[in-house]
Structure formats: structure tokens, C-alpha cells
Ligand binder design. Sequence first.
Ligand code: IPE
Ligand code: IPE
Ligand code: MG
Length: 256
Amino acid sequence: MSTNQPEHVAVIMDGNGRWAQKRAHRRVWGHIRGSFVVSKIIRKASDLGLKSLTLYSFSTENWGRPSGEVSTLLKLLKKFLIRERSRVITHQIRFKVMGDYSSLPAETKELIAELEELTKDYKGLKLTIAFGYGGRAELVGAVNKWIEDNPGKKIDLNNLEKNLMVPDLGDVDLLIRTGGDHRISNFLLWQVAYAELVFTNTPWPDFTTKEFEQIVDKFRTVERRFGMVDHQKSLKESMKKAATNKKRFFSREIQG
Ligand code: IPE
Ligand code: IPE
Ligand code: MG
């Protein structure tokens, strides 16, 4: 059996609120506990040799939550940035935040900008935090950027990808959602086209590096076909082969 090394893993870190409520705590307690799990998973991702880790931390829709919960989540982001800074630098992690976070406090935005600038050429794990992120908004943004730069021209697959929020983020190989729900909730709609989807009932505050490793190990044994009939190395290769075969097929049809 062939083995795959996932390059890009994305995680929907869900189940914080219910975890806390089950323990008769306020929902925000779940977010606080969950934020420590984030640090452990980042470390594990580097150890497992992943190239990219993208974490869904706050969606465009999450702005609609009660203001106390939103303000705790904003504070936790700031604390996370301060706490992880030195570890990010030591491990040469390329750090980025994707999403519309323009309404964050100026101090938090400065912390993000400073860490992004400092780590932009680092060659370690590409760590991307999706904050104020929505997959639909990302796609609309990409198309609008294209129209602005290329009035009157049609957009194609490559150019759409080039205009996404983080153009070199690439396809997701493995998407994990904790918390028991089986949905995408507007996360990386473009990038998950051929991702393996893993849903675990474990709420995010209980998610361990051991479970993370088990999920990654299981991924290694999955046969990814990308629309073909046998194992294919990548979606790009599969698309190229499909296009060549299609051309060949039609020229044969025309020639009779
Ligand atoms: C995920 O946990 C964190 C965010 C969405 C910010 P939730 O807060 O959604 O927790 P549940 O799903 O309500 O338990
Ligand atoms: C998705 O979780 C967003 C994050 C984990 C940041 P939600 O809890 O917001 O998603 P729904 O409401 O269950 O779809
Ligand atoms: Mg949730």
C-alpha cells in the first residue's frame, strides 16, 4: 500500500463552548482551555514534519456571538501572539493571519504585522491562523481583485488561486474538525476541494497530540485518486493528465 505524507493540515477547532457548559462553566472557559491546546498542536505539527498548518480560530460569522464571548476571543488572540512569539522565531515558523481582522484593536494588529514581517522568509512550518475568516468572502475577494487588475478579462483556476488571501497556502490534504459536527462552516472552501475529511467527537479542549498523530498516521494509508482510477501523486498532476486525455479523446472522435 502506498503512503502519503500530508503536507497541509487544516483544523476546525470546535467544541469549546459545549466542553465548558458540560462542566457547568461559562463558554469562555472552554476558549481559554482550548487556546493551550493550540500551542501543543503547533509543536506536534512541526515534529510530524508537516509543511503547513492552518487553524480556524474565528469565523466571519463568529462576530455575531455575544459581545463578552467575542471580546474574550480577541484577548486570547493577543495573548497567544505574545506567548508564542519566541517559539515561532526559535522554530523558524512562517507565521500568518488570514481573514478580515481590520476591526481588531490596533495593538493586536501591530503584533500580527510585526510577527508576519519577521517570519516571512522562514523555512519551517507555515502556520496560518484564520481569524475573521470566511471562505466565501475569500473567493469574492479573489475575484474582485482579479477584475480590478484585469478589467474585461475572464478569470481561470490559476489566477483565482493567485488572488486568494494567502496565495501559497495550497490545497489542504487533511481537514480535521473536532467537536462532533460534520460540516465545513465556511472554512477554506477552495482549498479543501480534495482534502480527506476527519471528524472527531473529541471537543477541542480535550484534543491531544496523540489523537492528532493517530489521525495523521491514518491519513498516510489512504489512497488518494483525485478522480483517477489509481493512486495519483497530486491534484495538479491529475488535472494535467485529465486535460491531455480529454484533448486526445476529442481529436480521435473528430478524426473518426
Ligand atoms: C470553537 O468552539 C471556537 C470558536 C468558534 C470561536 P465553539 O465556541 O464553537 O464551541 P461549541 O461548538 O459552541 O461547543
Ligand atoms: C467554526 O465553528 C468556526 C471555528 C471553529 C472558528 P462554529 O461553531 O462557528 O461553526 P458552526 O456554527 O457550528 O457551524
Ligand atoms: Mg462551535
